[in-house]
Design a protein around this ligand. Structure first.
Ligand SMILES: [Fe+2]
Length: 218
């Protein structure tokens, strides 16, 4: 898909889901997912970067901030290629250069996910590439299409939280209409984080979900 089409869809919907690469490249994402799970099993995830286990919302989710010097050889070309394509989208969509941070999320039996929320009003993009096949049971990323624009409901929701609870003003009070984005390994999503999104709780505790994430920051 051309950069122009990606930007058009992002502007229109706040999210785009597509297959960015051919089958051979998509297999590399799958192989990388397998590689991460092997490191997890061997207690060696720190080989990839700084590792943190989430508490609270998304309790149990493993988040690794990738050390780009430690990317396995077979994955280096596809990693930097994917990051560079995202950087180019960010520069056009956000109108500024950002330092793109690479992360890995590993979910296994994560059942306490945060409800629909926006990450705030500041422009920020995230790119997700599934490194395992993600069905509804595996906790797909979920997004309310076209919610990246300011709406009356978002403003009311923000004000109620700000005035009465003083916590988490970006949590959405109304019934959300988030769509889960499922797909095979290699499926790519780019998401405008101002829109409403949430993680779906995992229901099949036997499966692991590995996602490569690029974050533009604020
Ligand atoms: Fe979020």
């Amino acid at each position: 898909m051309s950069q122009k089409n990606i930007l058009n869809e992002l502007n229109l919907n706040g999210i785009i889901s597509y297959r960015e690469n051919d089958d051979i490249a998509n297999k590399l994402f799958y192989d990388f997912g397998v590689h991460c799970l092997k490191l997890l099993k061997d207690n060696k995830l720190n080989d990839l970067g700084d590792c943190e286990i989430r508490a609270g919302a998304d309790e149990g989710m493993v988040e690794i901030r990738i050390n780009e010097n430690n990317i396995p050889l077979f994955f280096q070309d596809i990693y930097f290629n994917t990051k560079n394509k995202f950087e180019s989208i960010c520069n056009s969509y956000l109108g500024s250069n950002r330092e793109i941070i690479g992360k890995i999320y590993i979910n296994h039996g994560v059942i306490k996910t945060r409800g629909a929320h926006s990450d705030g009003t500041v422009l920020q993009l995230k790119k997700f590439v599934y490194c395992t096949d993600v069905s509804i049971e595996d906790g797909p990323y979920s997004y309310q299409v076209q919610s990246h624009n300011i709406s009356i409901k978002k403003i009311i929701s923000f004000l109620i939280y700000k005035l009465f609870t003083k916590t988490d003003p970006n949590t959405y009070l109304f019934r959300d209409k988030c769509t889960p984005f499922i797909g095979d390994a290699g499926t790519t999503l780019i998401s405008d984080q101002r829109g409403l999104h949430k993680g779906i709780p995992q229901t099949d505790s036997k499966r692991f979900r590995v996602v490569l994430v690029f974050d533009s920051g604020h």
